[in-house]
Design a protein around this ligand. Structure first.
Ligand code: AP5
Ligand code: ZN
Length: 218
């Protein structure tokens, strides 16, 4: 199974990715998590990416495409993978097509922008695993601690309200065009196109997981 989770910042891509990846036994490839790991490790890429991410803008297509191409040839991707937060621009999508990546599904999670600010302000994450919580909507078992490791949870630097607004603007301008790109692919090239499915991303985490798995035919 090879699929893309598409949706605005805060749509719940990371939250739902965990369930879908477990169900299909595939790795989650989150370019955001990869960049945050590079920032934490202080690599040259991380140093370059940090300022861009904190501003809410996108890291350059060349860097991202290079990272993903290296990642998808790793042995754990033999049965497929889930892209979370990638592709985010038309050139990134075209690069996957040119590389011969044959996708099964594109799953869009749709959430109105006004619900997103509230989700981001309460988000807490476990950086090592990418597990994501919300202090009200999806709390950890013990406040401030990851459910599995007990390690401390952190707030992302780019979850400040003004950065979230900028990220939503960048989504509308640079990423939203992918909705037409992927949903229109079947009309252009029926044999090569992934199945396009869109689900409503408001409701409880469990309700959305049910919708997602149903949309993927399981
Ligand atoms: P990235 O890490 O990809 O961030 P994003 O797309 O902005 O998405 P988020 O991680 O913010 O949201 P999510 O949809 O995963 O939601 P989550 O499940 O956490 O990218 C960060 C930055 O890296 C970018 O701005 C860019 O600079 C750079 N970057 C990354 N990829 C790139 C690329 N391909 N090209 C260029 N640059 C790139 O949920 C959000 C919150 O809501 C959580 O607290 C969660 O618990 C809560 N929640 C989830 N579901 C529900 C629900 N049903 N009800 C209530 N709350 C819920
Ligand atoms: Zn995420």
């Amino acid at each position: 199974m090879k699929l893309i989770l598409l949706g605005p910042p805060g749509a719940g891509k990371g939250t739902q990715a965990a369930f879908i990846c477990q169900k299909y036994g595939i790795p989650q490839i989150s370019t955001g998590d990869m960049l945050r790991a590079a920032v934490k490790a202080g690599t040259p890429l991380g140093l370059q990416a940090k300022a861009v991410m904190d501003s809410g803008a996108l890291v350059s297509d060349d860097i991202i495409i290079g990272l993903v191409k290296e990642r998808i040839v790793q042995p754990d991707c033999a049965n497929g993978f889930l892209f979370d937060g990638f592709p985010r621009t038309i050139p990134q999508a075209e690069a996957m097509k040119d590389a011969g990546v044959k996708l099964d599904y594109v799953l869009e999670i749709d959430v109105p922008f006004d619900a997103i600010i509230e989700r981001m302000s309460g988000r807490r994450s476990h950086p090592a695993s990418g597990r994501t919580y919300h202090i009200t909507f999806n709390p950890p078992k013990v406040a401030g601690q990851d459910d599995v490791t007990g390690e401390p949870l952190v707030q992302r630097d780019d979850d400040r309200e003004e950065t979230v607004r900028k990220r939503l603007e960048v989504y509308s301008q640079q990423t939203r065009p992918l909705v037409d790109y992927y949903s229109g692919w079947a009309a252009r090239e029926p044999a090569a196109a992934p199945k396009y499915r869109a689900i409503e991303g408001t409701g409880t985490v469990e309700q959305i997981t049910e919708r997602a798995l149903a949309a993927l035919g399981s």
